[in-house]
Design a protein around this ligand. Structure first.
Ligand SMILES: Cc1cc2ncn([C@H]3O[C@H](COP(=O)(O)O)[C@@H](O)[C@H]3O)c2cc1C
Ligand SMILES: O=C(O)c1cccnc1
Length: 345
């Protein structure tokens, strides 16, 4: 796979935005992370006063052979059923996309059972789910490449549709298991520090899930590159999300990273293209064990902590109004000079 060459955000526009923030009628720094968000959008758009972006949400769906081990509280069949629910507009992410007027596309990267043609669902099937990573490599590297490309193509469609900020979500019963393995690998953490309850498994399944991750990681050869790591312990939708982030950044478009699975995909993508993290914003702190460590490794601070553990891109969608407020405050507030307010001494 050719190395992705990424642009760098515009440092001059970022600095101009920071200077502008310091002129606004508020104590310096008092809008906290909203100030950083506005300045980072300035860097991404190359203008001191960035325009409010339209958001596009892409949900990648795929199944996981590892569900045969009993690592999820829900059966694999839910993945396909939820894709139908996405098409019918009934999932959490559908409600949030409608609320925010965001484009929503669902991409089938490898749901186990073939789906009928569904409105809003793009078929980019690589395989009928991954193989069971408890016992064997989840994917071949060719499958990883195909999934990465499915994600890249989806990012191009979102940008072509006029998006100024991208959101990747996922649906894949069992996917917190490969995500935990990826986070362990890229953060050099033991499974006990990363594996969580996902959809809500009991203590016995949590132990089993931890053992599965330990066994899968033991197969990784020393010095395996990100593609090989994804093939061994990853997932089709996770690889697609990585491709989506990479292509977004290549096109100069930032992505809001959702929860645990998104963080795992972002870590893999950053390993493929250092500097990608400069194009990412973290929406929230997930309840899932190990998410905080993954964000720390990415150098990202979550905007909110709402006790979420859903996925689908829901956390990222929930912060879109905060991003809009950050940019409106940046553009709309008076300066000390314009309002005749005395600045600090
Ligand atoms: C009805 C339903 C809707 C969901 N939407 C997202 N997830 C989330 O839960 C799954 C990961 O958790 P685990 O690894 O424990 O299976 C993923 O599909 C994720 O998107 C859902 C899960 C369910 C059951
Ligand atoms: O944080 C997430 O993305 C998450 C956590 C649990 C289950 N599904 C998703």
């Amino acid at each position: 796979m050719p190395e992705t060459k990424l642009p760098t955000p515009d440092a001059a526009a970022y600095a101009a935005a920071r200077a502008h923030q310091n002129q606004l009628t508020k104590p310096t720094g008092s809008l906290g992370m909203l100030e950083d968000v506005a300045c980072r959008f300035a860097g991404w758009q190359g203008r001191a006063v960035p325009r409010p972006p339209k958001a596009a949400i892409t949900v990648f769906a795929a199944d996981h052979g590892v569900t045969a081990e009993g690592v999820s509280a829900y059966p694999s069949a839910v993945t396909a059923e939820m894709v139908k629910n996405f098409a019918a507009g009934g999932a959490a992410i559908c409600v949030l996309a409608r609320q925010h007027g965001a484009r929503l596309e669902v991409v089938d990267v490898g749901v186990a059972s073939p789906l009928p043609a569904l409105s809003g669902v793009v078929s980019a099937r690589v395989a009928p789910g991954t193989r069971n990573l408890a016992r064997t490599a989840a994917m071949t590297e060719a499958e990883v490449d195909a999934a990465l490309e499915a994600g890249r193509a989806a990012a191009r469609r979102a940008v072509d549709a006029g998006a100024g900020v991208l959101v990747a979500g996922e649906m894949g019963i069992g996917n917190t298991t490969p995500s935990a393995a990826l986070i362990c690998h890229f953060c050099a953490l033991p499974p006990e520090a990363v594996v969580g309850r996902g959809t809500g498994v009991d203590d016995a399944a949590l132990l089993l899930k931890t053992r599965v991750v330990t066994q899968a990681l033991a197969r990784l050869p020393a010095g395996a590159d990100a593609r090989a790591v994804l093939a061994e312990v990853g997932g089709l939708e996770i690889a697609a999300m990585a491709g989506f982030y990479l292509e977004g950044a290549r096109l100069g478009m930032p992505s809001v990273v959702d929860g645990f699975i998104a963080a795992a995909a972002a870590l893999a993508a950053c390993a493929m293209a250092p500097g990608l993290e400069h194009w990412l914003l973290a929406s929230h702190r997930s309840q899932e064990t190990g998410h905080q460590a993954a964000l720390a490794r990415l150098g990202l601070a979550p905007m909110v902590d709402l006790g979420l553990r859903l996925g689908e891109g829901s956390g990222a969608a929930l912060v879109l109004p905060l991003i809009a407020s950050a940019l409106q405050l940046h553009a709309g507030m008076a300066t000390f000079a314009s309002a005749g307010v005395t600045d600090k001494a």
